[in-house]
Design a protein around this ligand. Structure first.
Ligand code: NAP
Ligand code: GLV
Length: 309
């Protein structure tokens, strides 16, 4: 068996060591143009040339949860694409989102400003019931985030494509449920995959439906959000601010208004990192099953290329 590793911006050696330990019988190599044909690909943001050359693949393993960059490429037809499911990401996402919600709700930025001025000032307590959190996307990550928020007793609304009943979460689904979901939420968390249906989903007309004093947390993809609409709604006072981990262009260009916009907190696409050991362990199980002849339909984390996630 030959495994080709093609992950841009990822130092390859620790991955090669891990994959070789998991597959001692296999040839595991970093892809370079003209490399021998491999049976399986382990990829993150590969170039089109990789798939143009690698014509014998039996499985493509994406070392991330989102497959939007991969699905932009011409992929070999009929070859299963498998993404990471959780693999240590959901607990990170729950930490990140709960931190952002609590930091906003408990006004920690205001307290930091008082402390910087040497002031001992208490603000009036706020009501949790005034801060319902709406989570868009109730998949592997969204579900975990909803459960974590519910532990802090925030009212939680969830929105997905198909109905997904979750204990303690008010569920909404599909296009027909979207406006009611927005109107019921004050803090909006995006954990959707980026697809043609979800691109620009956070724009002026949708964000304006959030309760006054709304707050946006985008941990999915930059293209879910129309940047200038967010800034305009913060400037108008309808939105209180945002915590953003993902951007249309990454790294965020130095002249982008988000860097200096009051009310916006930025992080560099770090809310849920790919963890190497967990990811290799998960991939190894799936790759072995596929190689052993398991039906493609039985593979967990298989991407539906028509749905786009
Ligand atoms: P997932 O398990 O595939 O869940 C996707 C959820 O989105 C499902 O509930 C799905 O609905 C819903 N959805 C998809 N299209 C929809 C639409 N048009 N309308 C309403 N709901 C829709 O994905 P995941 O593993 O939770 O990951 C979600 C995303 O997080 C990834 O795609 C990636 O972009 C992002 N991510 C970001 C980071 C980071 O560090 N910032 C890290 C990992 C992942 P159904 O349940 O009905 O199918
Ligand atoms: C990271 O953004 C991922 O999709 O895993």
């Amino acid at each position: 068996m030959r495994i080709s590793f093609c992950c841009l911006d990822t130092p390859p050696q620790p991955w090669l060591d891990g994959l070789r330990a998991a597959f001692p019988e296999a040839m595991v190599e970093v892809w370079t143009p003209g490399a021998p044909l491999a049976d399986y690909a382990v990829v993150w943001a590969p170039p089109q040339a990789f798939f143009d050359e690698q014509t014998r693949l039996k499985g493509i393993f994406n070392i991330g949860a989102g497959v939007d960059a991969l699905l932009k490429l011409r992929l070999p037809p009929g070859v299963p694409v498998v993404r990471l499911e959780d693999a240590g990401m959901s607990v990170q996402m729950a930490e990140y989102v709960c931190h952002a919600v609590i930091r906003h709700f408990r006004e920690f930025d205001a307290y930091a400003a008082y402390v910087a001025q040497g002031q001992w000032t208490q603000r009036p307590p706020r009501l949790r019931s005034d801060f319902p959190v709406g989570v868009m996307g109730l998949g592997v990550l969204g579900e975990r985030v909803c459960r974590a928020l519910a532990q802090f007793e925030f009212p939680v609304n969830g929105w997905s494509r198909s109905p997904r009943p979750l204990a303690g979460v008010q569920g909404f689904s599909g296009a027909t449920g979207f406006n009611d979901f927005l109107a019921a939420s004050r803090v909006l968390v995006c954990l959707l995959p980026l697809t043609p249906e979800t691109e620009n989903i956070m724009r002026r007309e949708t964000l304006a439906r959030l309760r006054p004093g709304g707050y946006v947390i985008n941990v999915a993809r930059g293209r879910h959000l129309v940047d200038e609409d967010l800034v305009a709604l913060i400037d108008s006072g309808h939105l209180a601010g945002a915590t953003l981990d993902v951007f249309r262009t990454e790294p965020l260009p130095p002249t982008h208004p988000f860097w200096t916009q009051p009310g916006i907190t930025l992080t560099p696409h770090t809310s849920a990192r790919t963890l190497r050991e967990e990811s290799i362990a998960q991939m190894a199980g799936k790759l072995r099953a596929l190689h052993g002849g398991a039906p493609i339909a039985s593979l967990a984390g298989r991407v539906d290329t028509h749905k786009g996630y």
